[in-house]
Design a protein around this ligand. Structure first.
Ligand SMILES: [Zn+2]
Ligand SMILES: [Zn+2]
Length: 311
C-alpha cells in the first residue's frame, strides 16, 4: 500500500481534514474514501509500472473512432489482469460494507467469494461500461446491482485510466496529431475514451474541461448547452454567491453537472476527493429536483454478457 509520505495521499489528507472540520457528519464517508483512494493510488502505480493495462491502438483507428463519435476504448480487447484486479473488487465490497452499505455489500462479496460470478467477465463488463450485463447478473444472483457495479468500477477504473493514457498521453512521446486533433474536436458530453459521463467539469483559466468519472480523461467542452442532452435550458446554482463553484442545472433532461475551479487539473486518483469535497453542490441540485444521469446509451453491448463468457 502507499506510504503516508505519498504526495497524492498527503494532498487528499489535507482535503479530508478541511472537509471533516466543516462537515463532521462526513466522517464515515471520508474514512471509506481514504481506504478507496489509497488503493487507487497504489493500483495506478503498480499497473503503470508493469504496463499490464497498456493498450495498443493504431492512431489512425483511434482518430477514426473519435470522428465517428465512438469512444476509443470501446470494443478494444484488453487483457485485464484478473489476479491483480479481482482482489480489488473484494476489497471495494468490504469498504462499501463498512461505509454504510452493510449487509448489502457483504452479500455481494459472499457471492463473489462463492465463485457465483466470474471475476474476469465482471471486470470486462465493467471496462466495457456494460451496465445491463452487470445488472442482469446481479438480479440473477439476488444481490444489489448498484453495489456490484460500483465495486467493479472502483477496481477497473485504474486500468481504464492506464489504457486511456496509453492512447492520449503515451509514455515518451506526444500522441499522434490525428488523435490530438480528433480529441480536440470531440463535441460530445460523454468521455471520448470510455463513454462514461463526466464526474464534474473543471474551469481552468477560461478553458472548460470535462473529467471522466471512470477513466479520468479530461477533454474540452466544445459546445454550449447541456453536457448530457444538448438542451440550452441551463441555469447555474451556487451554495454561496461568492463561491466560484457552480452546479449547472438542465431544464431539458433534469440532470446537473458540477463545475469546479481548481488551480490545476485534478489528478485521476483524487477526482473522488474533489467530488466529495464539493458535495454541497450535489445537495443543492438534489434539493431543486435535479439528479445525475444514468450511463449514456451507446448502443448494444459489444461483448457477451457477464454470465457464461470464457476469458
Ligand atoms: Zn472515460
Ligand atoms: Zn440536459
Amino acid at each position: 500500500m502507499s506510504t503516508p509520505s505519498d504526495p497524492l495521499l498527503d494532498r487528499a489528507q489535507a482535503r479530508w481534514t478541511d472537509l471533516a472540520a466543516s462537515r463532521p457528519d462526513l466522517g464515515p464517508a471520508i474514512a471509506m474514501q481514504r481506504s478507496m483512494v489509497t488503493r487507487t493510488i497504489d493500483a495506478v502505480r503498480r499497473l503503470g509500472v508493469a504496463e499490464i493495462a497498456d493498450i495498443t491502438l493504431e492512431p489512425a483507428l483511434a482518430a477514426t473512432k473519435l470522428r465517428a463519435a465512438t469512444p476509443v476504448l470501446r470494443g478494444e480487447v484488453l487483457a485485464l489482469p484478473v489476479e491483480f484486479l479481482g482482489p480489488l473488487v473484494l476489497q471495494a465490497c468490504d469498504d462499501l460494507a463498512t461505509g454504510g452499505a452493510g449487509e448489502v455489500a457483504r452479500h455481494v462479496r459472499a457471492c463473489l467469494d462463492a465463485g457465483r460470478i466470474e471475476l474476469s467477465s465482471l471486470l470486462v463488463a465493467s471496462f466495457d461500461r456494460d451496465q445491463n450485463a452487470i445488472r442482469m447478473k446481479a438480479m440473477h444472483e439476488s444481490i444489489a446491482p448498484d453495489v456490484l457495479w460500483l465495486a467493479a468500477e472502483l477496481a477497473v477504473g485504474p486500468a481504464a485510466h492506464i489504457a486511456q493514457r496509453a492512447v492520449f498521453a503515451p509514455k515518451g512521446g506526444e500522441p499522434h496529431p490525428a488523435v490530438t486533433g480528433a480529441l480536440a474536436a470531440w463535441p460530445h458530453g460523454y468521455c471520448p475514451a470510455c463513454g462514461s459521463w463526466p464526474a464534474f467539469g473543471e474551469a481552468l483559466e477560461g478553458a472548460e474541461r470535462l473529467r471522466c468519472s471512470f477513466c479520468g480523461l479530461g477533454w474540452h467542452r466544445n459546445r454550449p448547452g447541456c453536457t448530457y442532452c444538448g438542451a440550452d435550458e441551463l441555469t447555474a446554482a451556487k451554495t454561496d454567491p461568492g463561491e466560484p463553484h457552480r452546479a449547472e442545472l438542465c431544464g431539458g433532461c433534469g440532470a446537473y453537472l458540477k463545475w469546479l475551479v481548481p488551480a490545476a487539473p485534478t489528478p485521476f486518483e483524487l477526482l473522488p476527493v474533489e467530488d466529495l469535497a464539493s458535495m454541497g453542490l450535489d445537495v443543492l441540485a438534489a434539493e431543486q429536483g435535479f439528479g445525475r444521469p444514468s450511463l449514456p446509451d451507446l448502443g448494444d453491448p459489444v461483448r457477451l454478457p457477464c454470465e457464461g463468457t470464457t476469458p
